[in-house]
Design a protein around this ligand. Structure first.
Ligand SMILES: *[C@@H]1O[C@H](CO)[C@@H](O)[C@H](O)[C@H]1NC(C)=O
Ligand SMILES: *[C@@H]1O[C@H](CO)[C@@H](O)[C@H](O)[C@H]1NC(C)=O
Length: 344
């Protein structure tokens, strides 16, 4: 009951502020210093729909650092709706190079025009040969956006003089187990291989070892299994060899023993929700378990893990840091600024 009252109050608050100015944080309460806030930007599959876009997470750390883990088809929509300023979003970690985990990188990159002044840095795996690795993928993105980047640099109104439209790839060897790929400001990010892919994974022992006793464990699964009957033999084979079933996820959850286990990357509807829980619970009868949804929030402190949902306006303008933008030496002024604001 309390949660509903809280949600209703938030909605009223956001509505009031947003009618005064569209450029606000959708949810502007700061991440507490001692917390990590995980926002689900997309909980679904390549089969994107309004309630579930493809996979993505925003990780906000109490020290102010922000990271994106995967940004699949549609996930940028939810990222922007959170109101977190694009200027603070310059680090993306890709679990693997499937489009439902990276397609919205292009949208994030172009969004640099709204205030990011530093290059977009992307960490991701190598492939079995160079053309299948992150470097090649990011190089392709640079080419895909070549004219976009050039033309936006030419627009006098924006007059970019920084490197905010540049892309940097940090490719790591996907085959190395328990590899530290990022270590700064007390944040360590570690990668470990699974048999085919990572974000879409089959049960993998090193993953369990790495994660044992963690706070939040998010497992991409496929299923629930009855749905598979309608699929072709090839699809079922692919699923068998590259994804985790709810029952397998249950065993992993049991072995990992996280404070909160999250079922992720499943098509969720009224019928599948119950089946997902039932099948997972066969192997994981105890322990806190939730099914991920778009814009779900998991806020972790030593004492508690709060499970909330971001309330975002339907017409989201994000927070472009327009005030800051307007202060830039090269910012447009007077009439030009006004018309740009209303056009943007
Ligand atoms: C991060 O990794 C470094 C290098 O292994 C280690 O010294 C440090 O303690 C780790 N920090 C955290 C917060 O785990
Ligand atoms: C997928 O795995 C199930 C369970 O192990 C098995 O019964 C089925 O034959 C497999 N299907 C394919 C297409 O590999």
């Amino acid at each position: 009951m309390m949660r509903w009252i809280f949600a209703a109050l938030l909605l009223i608050g956001v509505h009031k502020v947003s009618t005064a100015s569209p450029w606000i944080y959708a949810d502007d309460d700061e991440v507490p210093k001692d917390a990590i806030r995980i926002t689900s930007l997309g909980s679904g599959t390549p089969d994107v729909h309004k309630e579930q876009v493809a996979t993505g997470f925003l990780i906000e750390v109490g020290n102010g650092d922000k990271f994106i883990f995967d940004l699949g088809s549609g996930a940028f929509l939810n990222l922007f709706a959170t109101g977190v300023p694009p200027s603070k979003l310059d680090k993306v970690f890709l679990t693997h190079l499937h489009s439902d985990h990276l397609a919205d990188l292009a949208t994030l990159q172009v969004n640099a025009i709204f205030g990011r002044k530093t290059p977009l840095q992307v960490w991701g795996p190598s492939g079995e040969s160079p053309q299948y690795g992150l470097e090649a993928s990011i190089d392709g993105l640079r080419k895909f956006l070549a004219w976009d980047t050039l033309s936006r640099r030419r627009i006098n109104l924006i007059g970019r003089k920084d490197d905010g439209d540049q892309l940097i790839a940090h490719e790591f060897d996907y085959s190395v187990e328990k590899q530290l790929i990022y270590s700064q400001n007390g944040v360590n990010i570690t990668s470990t291989p699974t048999r085919l892919t990572v974000g879409d994974s089959i049960p993998a022992n090193t993953l369990v070892e790495l994660a044992r006793g963690c706070d939040v464990f998010i497992e991409g699964i496929i299923g629930p299994l009855p749905d598979l009957d309608v699929l072709s033999w090839q699809s079922r084979f692919l699923i068998n060899t590259s994804h985790t079933t709810p029952a397998q996820a249950g065993r992993i959850f049991r072995d990992v023993g996280a404070r909160l286990s999250v079922i992720h990357h499943a098509d969720v509807n009224d019928a599948s929700r119950e089946a997902l829980i039932t099948e997972t619970r066969e192997e994981y009868p105890e322990g806190r378990l939730v099914i991920n949804e778009d814009l779900a929030v998991y806020e972790v402190t030593k004492d508690a893990i709060r499970h909330r949902k971001r309330i975002v306006p339907v017409r989201s303008w994000g927070k472009f840091e327009r005030a800051e933008w307007a202060r830039r030496d090269d910012a447009p002024s007077g009439q030009a600024h006004k018309s740009l604001s209303s056009a943007a």
